[in-house]
Design a protein around this ligand. Structure first.
Ligand SMILES: [Zn+2]
Length: 404
């Protein structure tokens, strides 16, 4: 307080004490509260347990833990407003909706993520990659605009829209924060180095500890360095910079372990979501570099939603009904056969008329498999044919129920 008073005198600044608050950061989740009175110019300064500074919530005991969740709630409100307004203005183009989400919602939910997002850099499990607050909201948005249910594989949903997990963006923001802070002398560098010295003294929960640990887990810092890093002189850290491209590459490489695309056959996929991911990847997905054909085709929202729901396993086909055992998910018209995507598109006799009709017969070339069928040029006819088949399925099932 004495130092602050001297600083204010030297710089002709006045502290507005009634509007000033103070807080002491206590050991992580200790539930201790510091109420020791603090005075400035003989006036008591108000003690608060938590406060918001530049949009980031800081708490005496949980530090920055809830910042992401607070921003999530704010951004969710913005998302509701965006969807409502888009509905009123009849904005249906998914690319435009995506850009609006990026600029209006994501900018709020990712705000200051270089400070609070360091908690979400681990990529050991699928949930650790996809369960952070901005990612949850992003997936919710993609599900809403595509009409997919909550059961769709989250990685397939991202790949369908050519998106990467937001974890990469958070990690790159943290890396920029580290690199830029160390570049020049000044308050940013001093603050980061103070945080690093906390890490060197054994703290495992502070910003530097979490960031450096995630760099070690990504193999950016090797094992020997990691074993010795806490004993390093602080000057060592002044020259420690990280390559953003390498970090992005390492994350993508880790995701390949969680959602493997190179293993043979779906039987070896480790979970149901692994199976759906492989199905999506094998049949529908082409490349990270090329936009999917249905996104290029300028289809109406109705057609787009039909195609995306089919591709992501969110249609009404029996195979997608996870409430019953797999051996009972049979075709309503060929009771002994599983109603999966291949049966529906190529084999079920119920849709022969549509396959052979004048408008759609060009879609069913003899050499087609699922991959070439779904990646052919005429996506408008493709979507129209599939919509027609689902409509036919609906009315035929209703007739079956009435007959029985
Ligand atoms: Zn059938």
């Amino acid at each position: 307080m004495k130092a602050l008073s001297t600083f204010c005198d030297d710089t002709c600044m006045i502290v507005n004490v009634p509007k000033t608050k103070y807080s002491t950061f206590m050991p992580w989740r200790s539930h201790l509260v510091n109420h020791e009175p603090v005075f400035f110019n003989n006036m008591e300064v108000e003690n608060v347990q938590e406060f918001t500074y530049l949009g980031t919530l800081m708490n005496q005991n949980t530090w920055l833990r809830d910042s992401g969740e607070v921003l999530f709630l704010k951004a969710r409100g913005v998302l509701g407003g965006l969807l409502k307004k888009a509905g009123q203005l009849h904005i249906e183009n998914l690319n435009i909706l995506g850009r609006l989400f990026e600029s209006l919602v994501n900018s709020v939910s990712m705000y200051n993520c270089q400070v609070w997002g360091v908690r979400f850099l681990s990529c050991d499990t699928i949930d650790k990659v996809l369960n952070n607050p901005p990612q949850t909201l992003h997936l919710q948005f993609l599900r809403t605009i595509s009409g997919c249910n909550a059961k769709v594989c989250r990685m397939s949903l991202l790949k369908e829209f050519k998106q990467e997990p937001l974890q990469i963006k958070i990690a790159l923001a943290c890396t920029k924060f580290w690199n830029n802070s160390l570049k020049h002398d000044g308050i940013a560098r001093d603050t980061l180095l103070s945080d690093v010295s906390l890490f060197c003294n054994g703290n495992k929960k502070n910003w530097a500890a979490r960031f450096l640990e995630s760099m070690y887990k990504l193999d950016i810092i090797n094992y020997e360095d990691w074993m010795r890093i806490r004993d390093r002189d602080i000057h060592y850290f002044k020259t420690l910079f990280f390559d953003e491209n390498l970090i992005r590459y390492k994350y993508l490489d880790r995701y390949e372990h969680l959602w493997p695309t190179s293993i043979q056959g779906w039987v070896s996929a480790h979970s149901r979501s692994g199976t759906s991911f492989l199905k999506h990847h094998t049949w529908f997905y082409v490349s990270d570099l090329i936009q999917h054909k249905h996104f290029q085709a300028n289809l109406s929202q109705h057609y787009m939603r039909c195609l995306i729901r089919f591709r992501l396993g969110s249609s009404c086909l029996g195979v997608n009904d996870h409430s019953i055992p797999k051996d009972r998910r049979s075709c309503p018209f060929c009771s002994h056969l599983l109603e999966d995507e291949e049966h529906f598109i190529f084999h079920c006799p119920m849709y022969s008329n549509i396959r052979n009709s004048e408008n759609f017969s060009h879609l069913w070339e003899p050499e087609h498999d699922m991959r070439s069928f779904f990646n052919q040029q005429d996506q408008a006819s493709l979507a129209c044919a599939i919509l027609r088949m689902f409509k036919h399925r609906r009315t035929s099932v209703q007739h079956l129920l009435v007959d029985n």
